[in-house]
Ligand binder design. Structure first.
Ligand code: SF4
Length: 347
């Protein structure tokens, strides 16, 4: 796979002239993208192309200089370096800063802003994180994230997963990865053969647009699924990329058919350098309302926001209440009474 670590090289590969205003953007937020993902872009319409918007820099990234780089307070919720512990029963392990692509909307942009790149976890950090897990048996699930853990050399990745899996109280390991969407060829039989042997292991993919569901991406997910590994997907609701019900319906329908469960649809976090992707909460609720009469519950993810200051994920639902004891039908056209107890019924 050929990788490009400058916007100029990426534009050249697309056969496009490099817009000079992007030089300043990439000096703050570097560019990293590969041949495979660039091929999904329509070069003629790159400014509005939903795939290009995820991979190519935009001057809008520099407009906001006041938002926090870490509004979810991840750094403040690390009992030891690399381990984020926010919810009682689970923790996030930041295994590496590597990614197969620098997604322009990334909520962990702070870990790859120029001059602050996160390194791979060291042996000492891994041991300290595992010691913390052993001391905290309430943590039953570890989400191995980054960066993208599947970008680590296989032996290093295996060492990290084995170390976490060896902690007695850990029942579930979730591998959070965008590799199936941006470098699907990397999901090979050897990797699947290893993953399927880890008890309680799930893979959480990250597809945002139906155009990312190429034959290669489908084959990668099929390799995971047919190895017996449960696969879920998280999507970020992105302005100008997927912020309409028809696009997301196509994405979620296809994922379910691939036996990949749409798990979360996240609103963009208020992170510096990504806020231009925010759609507003109402847009997400409007999409959920549109799904209600059309889409199987298997295909509908939980719409959630991650609250600032470490407040955690909050699931949001459209409100169907139409007054006391009365609810709107799924089309939002008719208010229908619903009585919950016999006592309320007329005698
Ligand atoms: S792969 Fe994930 S961690 Fe890496 S830049 Fe994309 S969204 Fe961020």
């Amino acid at each position: 796979m050929k990788f490009y670590n400058s916007a100029r090289a990426a534009f050249e590969a697309l056969g496009l002239e490099f817009p000079p205003e992007l030089a300043e953007v990439e000096s703050r937020f570097p560019v990293y993208v590969n041949d495979y993902y660039l091929k999904l872009i329509d070069p003629e319409n790159w400014r509005s192309d939903p795939v290009a918007r995820q991979a190519l820099p935009d001057p809008a990234e520099l407009v906001d200089d006041s938002s926090s780089t870490d509004p979810l307070a991840e750094e403040a919720q690390m009992p030891v370096p690399r381990l984020i512990h926010r919810f009682a029963d689970r923790a996030v392990l930041l295994a590496t800063g590597r990614c197969a692509m620098r997604c322009r909307f990334c909520f962990r942009k702070r870990t790859w802003t120029s001059g602050t790149e996160l390194e791979d976890i060291s042996d000492a950090e891994l041991e300290a994180a595992c010691a913390c897990l052993r001391r905290t048996p309430a943590i039953r699930e570890v989400l191995i994230s980054g960066g993208d853990p599947l970008m680590l050399p296989f032996e290093r990745f295996r060492r990290i997963v084995d170390a976490v899996a060896a902690v007695d109280s850990i029942e579930i390991i979730r591998i959070a990865t965008r590799v199936p969407a941006v470098w699907p060829q990397r999901i090979d039989e050897a990797l699947c053969d290893y993953l399927r042997r880890i008890p309680g292991l799930w893979v959480a993919t990250h597809f945002n647009h139906p155009r990312e569901l190429t034959s290669e991406a489908r084959a990668a997910c099929a390799r995971l699924v047919s190895s017996g590994i449960p696969v879920i997907n998280q999507t970020v609701l992105l302005k100008g990329v997927n912020d309409d019900a028809a696009t997301l319906e196509q994405l979620f329908r296809s994922l379910v058919a691939m036996r990949v469960k749409p798990h979360y649809l996240f609103h963009v976090d208020p992170v510096r350098g990504v806020r231009h992707f925010a759609t507003g909460i109402e847009k997400g609720l409007e999409i959920l309302r549109a799904f209600r009469p059309r889409l199987s519950s298997l295909a509908v993810p939980t719409f959630a926001i991650d609250l600032p200051e470490g407040g955690g994920k909050v699931a949001l639902q459209p409100d169907y209440s139409a007054g006391p004891g009365c609810y709107w039908d799924i089309h939002g056209e008719k208010a229908i009474p619903y009585q919950t107890s016999l006592h309320n019924k007329t005698r």
